[in-house]
Design a protein around this ligand. Structure first.
Ligand SMILES: [Zn+2]
Length: 88
């Protein structure tokens, strides 16, 4: 029997986005949640360009799914946390 609310330390559910609101499937926070950010930084530790491309694709999907949300707010949420995001 599955608990209604997963335990805080349950790591079974991946912290991936659920469309169209891009809430985290793992914890319900706005994606990318802190766990997702850590996982992405680790997964793309040797490919920062690939990470930006991946997040850019998610951002494009979010912009399509949520046309009423300010694009800059979505861009900041998806890309603003990246190391060196303020550099060009
Ligand atoms: Zn999460």
């Amino acid at each position: 029997m599955r608990p209604e609310f997963p335990l805080p330390h349950a790591r079974r559910r991946p912290h991936v986005p659920m469309r169209p609101l891009f809430r985290c499937r793992g914890c319900g926070a706005r994606w990318p949640c802190s766990t997702a950010r850590l996982a992405l930084l680790f997964r793309y530790r040797d490919d920062p360009e690939g990470l930006r491309r991946y997040l850019g694709e998610k951002l494009l999907s979010a912009l399509t799914d949520q046309p009423d949300v300010a694009p800059l707010a979505l861009a900041t949420r998806f890309l603003g946390w990246l190391p060196g995001a303020r550099e060009t």
